[in-house]
Design a protein around this ligand. Structure first.
Ligand SMILES: [Zn+2]
Ligand SMILES: [Zn+2]
Length: 180
């Protein structure tokens, strides 16, 4: 463990505390106010500005900026052969299973961390059969590609397969036993 520095932040509360006070100085005093000696109290304004400057300086001199602590899971290469781009995903603390998607090709993964902190990327894949009768060949599809329009050439028989939407008769889950 190594101390990297402290992240001093100019908070919304700091801003709120000073904003209204400063805002009242932004309006030009009326001639009447000046004549009556009711113009802005410049000494007070200076004091206020110095307090704000101190806060801003402290924030700007922080050695650590916008610190976000958490584990970044990295996959060196998307396993989609046509992509192979690296993927990074922040693991929210307290979660050991997270869904991730490749920015480039939209391939989806499930990221899990085991007890030793090792990160495992599991691609979301689906096995699709060939449309040719009797062909045992199966193709692996990304789950996000399982939609009408996706097509592929069967490596076994060469059939050109595609995914279509179709309507079929809903069969009862418990069909009556066949008459004998
Ligand atoms: Zn990809
Ligand atoms: Zn086939």
């Amino acid at each position: 463990m190594k101390l990297l520095g402290t992240d001093h932040v100019f908070t919304l509360a700091d801003l709120k505390a000073h904003y209204d006070a400063i805002a009242s100085y932004l309006h030009m005093p009326s001639l009447e106010q000046v004549q009556l000696g009711k113009g802005p109290d410049l000494a007070k304004l200076r004091e206020r500005c110095e307090a704000i400057a101190g806060l801003v300086e402290k924030a700007l001199s922080s050695r650590v900026w916008n610190s976000t602590f958490g584990v970044i899971a990295t996959l060196d290469e998307c396993i989609n052969d046509e992509c192979k781009k690296p993927i990074r995903k922040r693991m929210p603390s307290g979660k050991d299973t997270v869904d991730a998607q490749c920015f480039e090709c939209k391939a989806e993964y499930t990221i899990t961390t085991d007890q030793d902190g090792r990160v495992l990327w599991t691609p979301k894949l689906t096995c699709a059969p060939c449309s040719a009768p009797g062909c045992p060949e199966r193709t692996t599809l990304w789950t996000h590609d399982v939609k009408p329009g996706t097509h592929w050439r069967c490596r076994g028989c060469g059939a050109h397969n595609r995914i279509v939407l179709s309507v079929s008769k809903f069969e009862d889950e418990d069909p009556a036993p066949a008459q004998s």
